[in-house]
Design a protein around this ligand. Structure first.
Ligand SMILES: Nc1ncnc2c1ncn2[C@@H]1O[C@H](COP(=O)(O)OP(=O)(O)OP(=O)(O)O)[C@@H](O)[C@H]1O
Ligand SMILES: [Mg+2]
Length: 353
């Protein structure tokens, strides 16, 4: 039997959402995303939120619910990869007594729990094809069937889906239904990666600094200009989650050195990419990043060989002096040898060679 407390434990609490100014920042992309989100929140249409891990898909889903006419109703989040495939159907759609061995009572699924509220399906690409067709039916006529039930049930529910995969590619490989994609993709919100909204890094960092100072009762000082410029240059594969964790660590340790050497280390790892064959790979992007890193290493090596004499280094590299100055800045290298970060960068580079 399902008790009230086990039902409510399945319904996620909304948790704390950072202020809107922090969430959306100033970039044009985020401003138009905010407009789209505001428009779609009040309409009962499915929304698909796409974006890399850590870009804020969860936050946006919660904001959509909080701005919708169903905000006083339940917000039910289903983290699809966290529930084993065999259990997912009963978790989502529930079951009747005797539907299978061990089904001693009836159990409503999360779809039912979300009645007159929002059902947030996180990492939707994890649903297998049979669950995809049950979800399609739900989206088409609001009906679904508990496992072992004779009749369909009807619910009113706003469905929000999220994924960090390219569903278009999953359709091509036959693992995601095209008709379901059209159904869930009525409105698409694409979360930009943090490296495409670098203008917001400073404000986000300041927000997390204040937040964690308060939370842990610490007094970590504002970040130095050096560290801030390293944050601006970094590629942020883990996006805002990575930035948040970095600032959290800084607040707890109160030491910038640890953070900056950590960043250099992560950069080195990044350019020896451990390519994940299960996820999407952008050859173009990888090649561009590898070229930039190679350029950075060559410039650094030549600068060292010429005792940081930039005129000589430019000649050796067969580029103009101005072009070299630009490239030094662009690669995040220190402008001259006396800068503090030189040793760290050179040390890391030597270790990697
Ligand atoms: N725009 C933002 N403003 C403030 N904090 C953010 C923002 N986006 C993400 N965060 C923070 O970063 C962390 C990750 O965000 P979230 O869980 O929403 O990402 P996600 O896109 O759902 O990631 P995943 O694909 O891994 O589930 C959270 O702790 C959240 O508070
Ligand atoms: Mg998420």
């Amino acid at each position: 039997m399902t008790t009230i407390s086990s039902v409510s434990s399945l319904i996620s609490s909304l948790g704390e959402i950072p202020p809107e100014t922090v969430v959306f920042g100033h970039s044009e992309t985020m401003q138009s995303l905010r407009e789209r989100m505001d428009k779609v929140a009040s309409a009962n249409v499915p929304v698909l939120i796409q974006g890399e891990s850590g870009t804020g898909k969860d936050i946006i889903a919660r904001m959509i619910h909080a701005r919708s006419p169903w905000r006083t109703g339940p917000y039910v989040k289903v983290n699809c990869p966290a529930i084993p495939g065999t259990l997912l159907e009963s978790e989502l759609f529930g079951y009747e007594k005797g539907a299978f061995t061990g089904a001693y009572g009836t159990k409503p699924g999360r779809v039912e729990m979300a009645h007159r509220g929002t059902l947030f399906l996180d990492e939707i690409s994890e649903l297998d094809l049979s669950l995809q067709s049950k979800l399609l039916q739900l989206l088409q006529d609001g009906q679904f069937c508990r496992i072992g039930a004779q009749e369909d049930k009807k619910v009113e529910v706003r469905v929000v889906c999220a994924t960090n995969r390219r569903l278009e590619e999953e359709i091509e490989t036959g693992t995601f239904r095209q008709d379901l994609f059209y159904r869930i993709n009525v409105v698409n919100l694409h979360m930009p990666p943090l490296r495409e909204r670098r203008g917001d890094i400073e404000e986000l960092a300041a927000y997390f600094l204040e937040y964690y100072n308060r939370k842990y009762n610490c007094r970590a000082r504002a970040l130095s200009a050096d560290l801030m410029s390293a944050l601006q240059k970094y590629h942020w594969p883990g996006n805002i989650r990575e930035l948040e964790n970095l600032i959290k660590r800084y607040v707890i340790l109160g030491n910038e050195e640890v953070i900056s050497s950590d960043l250099v280390g992560r950069e080195q790892e990044y350019f020896n990419p451990d390519i994940n064959l299960d996820g999407p790979i952008s050859l173009k992007k990888l090649t561009r990043q590898a070229t930039r890193e190679l350029e950075r290493k060559v410039i650094l090596r030549v600068l060292q060989a010429h005792h940081w004499n930039r005129k000589q280094a430019a000649r050796a590299l067969s580029i103009s002096y101005r072009a070299l100055l630009y490239k030094i800045r662009d690669a995040g290298l220190p402008p001259n040898r006396s800068k503090r970060r030189t040793e760290a960068v050179a040390g890391q580079s030597a270790a990697a060679d």
